[in-house]
Design a binder for this molecule. Structure first.
Ligand SMILES: Nc1ncnc2c1ncn2[C@@H]1O[C@H](COP(=O)(O)OP(=O)(O)OP(=O)(O)O)[C@@H](O)[C@H]1O
Length: 287
């Protein structure tokens, strides 16, 4: 049994004939912050809900700290989704009391500590009156009040202004530093991911394309630039390439530097954009 904070072994999820996830295997190291990226419909939300135990895989298995996840919310996991399920009629304070009633493991002091760190949340306001950003902040306090060992965040930052985004990421990172929480963060905002993530999990069409330590992944890729009229001979895998009248630029995984070509390592944004472009090209060729 693998006792990683999160371990997926050959996980598939089918909705009728649609394969939302297919043969996904990976492990998240303890205390890591992993960016979960991929184009729309890649399977990111589906994967997070399987890890949280809100759905069961069609094939394969997921375990959290060595315990199989079996289709019910795992006590060590908090999942914050875009939908932010909160009780509309409750005040923020009542919402936190509900957290104590609903969870075997709950720390009111931690939930209120998080709320106090976040500017602009009135604890006596009804949830239904809060702005989208304030609701997200309440949901984060609720998620951290469960003292999770694994925190799953599904596009949590999209409603927040830049300052609130910064504060929220800081709180998550403090949780990682102080409690060793393992975080899996799905986001399309690559700069946010670059600021906080040390690992990457890149999905496309339900399959894991890249998984591991970001520094290792970047070191294993090169961006090569050469004249447009010279074909690229490489022993690596060309992930993506683009051409102008004068030059060809390509993202290559593995292999040695092709002779006569300039080579640098990509940054995180360049790497992810290369995979996203390649995905779009594959889809448009099929259509
Ligand atoms: N309950 C469901 N029933 C049927 N199809 C579903 C269901 N949930 C997800 N899907 C499909 O599974 C695929 C993966 O969806 P998912 O929401 O996991 O992708 P995503 O990577 O999170 O996308 P986005 O970046 O747009 O949020 C999509 O084709 C989606 O339409």
């Amino acid at each position: 049994m693998n006792d990683s904070p999160v371990h997926a072994n050959g996980v598939a999820k089918h909705f009728g004939r649609l394969r939302a996830l297919d043969d996904c295997s990976f492990s998240l190291p303890p205390g890591s912050v992993t960016g979960l990226v991929g184009p729309n419909g890649a399977g990111k939300s589906t994967l997070l809900s399987l890890i949280a135990g809100l759905a069961r895989p069609s094939r394969g298995s997921v375990s959290v700290h060595g315990t199989p996840v079996r289709g019910r919310m795992h006590p060590d996991v908090s999942l914050l989704t875009q939908k932010r399920p909160l009780y509309e009629q409750f005040t923020v304070r009542e919402m936190m009391r509900a957290g104590a009633a609903m969870n075997d493991r709950w720390s009111s002091s931690r939930a209120f500590e998080v709320l106090d760190l976040l500017a602009g949340v009135d604890k006596d306001a009804q949830v239904r009156t809060l702005s989208a950003g304030a609701r997200t902040q309440v949901a984060i306090a609720f998620a951290l009040g469960r003292l999770p060992k694994v925190l799953l965040l599904d596009e949590p930052l999209s409603d927040l202004d830049p300052l609130a985004r910064d504060e929220t990421l800081r709180i998550v990172m403090t949780d990682v530093a102080e409690r060793g929480t393992t975080v899996l963060l799905s986001s399309h905002l690559l700069t946010d991911l670059g600021d906080v993530c040390d690992h990457l999990l890149l999905l496309d069409e339900g399959r894991v394309q890249v998984s591991g330590d970001i520094d290792d992944i970047l070191a294993a890729h090169q961006v090569v630039v050469g004249p447009a009229d010279v074909s690229l001979e490489t022993d690596g895998v060309v992930v993506d390439s683009s051409h102008t009248a004068r030059q060809t630029t390509a993202l290559v995984r593995g292999g040695s530097v092709p002779s006569g070509w300039e080579s640098t390592h990509p940054d995180l944004e360049g790497l992810v954009m290369g995979y996203l472009r390649a995905s779009r090209t594959r889809r448009s060729v099929r259509q």
